[in-house]
Design a protein around this ligand. Structure first.
Ligand SMILES: Cc1cc2nc3c(=O)[nH]c(=O)nc-3n(C[C@H](O)[C@H](O)[C@H](O)COP(=O)(O)OP(=O)(O)OC[C@H]3O[C@@H](n4cnc5c(N)ncnc54)[C@H](O)[C@@H]3O)c2cc1C
Length: 383
């Protein structure tokens, strides 16, 4: 029997696995990371690569390793002057990914990897029995659920219809094929939309329209840095009512926001007429001879050959059959919003731990981010 199974090998699962190995809580043969992709961080690399994100939004002390200064030290040795940006030393995506790969080779993480999708989790003889889509089974003493947003992407209803009509021309930015033919429309006003607009405006100047319901919301980070420490987290931990915790998280998150350097780049691209910004909402569309005409609430019409939705993830994250069954079988405690109520060590019940979105009622607004993965790894490996 294994000691640990980690479901999901994204930023969160890979951080927890690396910490377990580095802190000698397990040897690589006692742990399995189960993920449908062939390699760690596949979703992260795909999403950030497609939008051509040059720098992370988070500072250089947020990464997957155990020592907070590990990435800075790695950058000094292997990077260049341009690998850290601005006052928060935001790392380049290239350096960040290289540092992750180096950590995975140091911890021999790939030896623990199993490519597959978990479809059933049950408790059997004091162990967790995980059955995968390919019918392979694994048994372990401890289980971590780090399946992130569970691949559930959000697309508005009209977008779903458009996607079904012309799948080659309409996609969510996190599952998109490379850009082919303009005019392009990017729906959304957050950071993924901003990076994609910059990429497309450089490749196809004058052929790009961004449609967003709100003007750019400018914030340095996803949430105030006060949420990383006692300043706000002390008060959060004292909230016994999980409705209040959920409301606090929703209020604290700067959803759909971008940092000021991106706003500046967009400003100049707009001035050069490389793209146009439309603050409006699409309410209907027509599709004729390969061209979409998007009808805006204001009455304006916009033509598109290719439509990208940069509209984030679905909130229906807990609506995953194997997770729903597990909650029922083990009578796991969930708040009114459906999310886990976990202990301080992020255990949902004995020997079952969560990370990422599933841990946010305990870790607060930064739970989904890289720092959330570091915090989860710290707590889970402290046992
Ligand atoms: C474009 C972009 C930029 C971002 N920039 C930053 C930043 O600068 N700083 C920051 O802190 N955060 C940033 N974030 C947010 C955050 O760090 C990421 O969303 C993070 O990658 C989430 O990691 P995760 O492991 O929870 O999820 P994922 O990366 O989605 O990994 C979850 C894994 O679980 C797998 N999985 C799902 N279901 C199953 C199953 N049933 N069985 C087995 N495996 C399963 C998935 O295939 C996936 O590989 C960014 C996010 C995006 C999208």
């Amino acid at each position: 029997m294994l000691k640990w199974i980690i479901l999901g090998g994204g930023i969160h699962g890979s951080t927890i696995a690396s910490h377990l190995i580095k802190k000698k809580k397990v040897t690589p043969d006692q742990i399995r990371i189960i993920d449908p992709n062939a390699e760690p961080l596949a979703e992260w690399k795909k999403r950030t690569g497609f939008i051509d994100m040059p720098y992370l939004r988070s500072p250089g002390v947020h990464h997957l390793d155990t020592d907070p200064f590990s990435l800075k030290a790695y950058g000094k040795k292997h990077g260049t002057e341009t690998d850290f940006y601005g006052i928060y030393s935001r790392p380049s995506l290239y350096l960040f990914n290289e540092h992750c790969d180096q950590l995975f080779s140091e911890t021999t993480l790939k030896e623990c990897w199993y490519q597959g999708t978990a479809e059933k989790v049950i408790r059997k003889n004091h162990a967790w029995l995980v059955t995968l889509k390919d019918q392979a089974t694994f048994e372990s003493e401890n289980l971590v659920i780090a399946t992130g947003p569970n691949r559930k992407l959000h697309v508005p209803d009209w977008g779903q219809t458009a996607k079904e009509m012309a799948p080659a021309q309409v996609s969510h930015v996190f599952e998109a094929a490379p850009p082919n033919k303009g005019p392009f429309v990017v729906i959304g006003g957050g950071i993924s939309a901003a990076h994609l607009v910059i990429r497309l405006s450089k490749e196809f100047p004058g052929q790009v329209t961004q449609i967003t319901r709100h003007p750019y919301r400018v914030h340095a980070f996803d949430s105030d840095p006060g949420w990383l420490g006692p300043k706000y987290m002390d008060g959060f931990k004292k909230l016994n009512d999980y409705r209040l915790r959920r409301d606090t998280i929703t209020e604290a998150r700067h959803r759909g926001s971008i940092p000021s350097d991106l706003q500046n780049r967009l400003h100049w691209l707009q001035k050069e007429q490389a793209y146009q910004l439309v603050i409006d909402e699409t309410e209907a569309f027509t599709y004729e001879q390969g061209t979409f005409t998007l009808q805006q609430k204001s009455g304006k019409q916009i033509e598109a050959n290719t439509i990208y939705f940069a509209t984030g993830f679905s909130r229906e994250l807990m609506d995953t059959p194997w997770l729903r069954d597990l909650v029922q079988d083990q009578k796991l405690k969930c708040a009114h919003c459906g999310f886990p109520v976990v202990k301080e060590d992020l255990s949902w019940c004995d020997h079952l731990y969560v990370s990422g979105p599933l841990a946010e009622l305990e870790l607060g607004p930064s739970s989904r981010n890289i720092i959330g993965a570091m915090k989860a790894a710290e707590r889970i490996t402290a046992i």
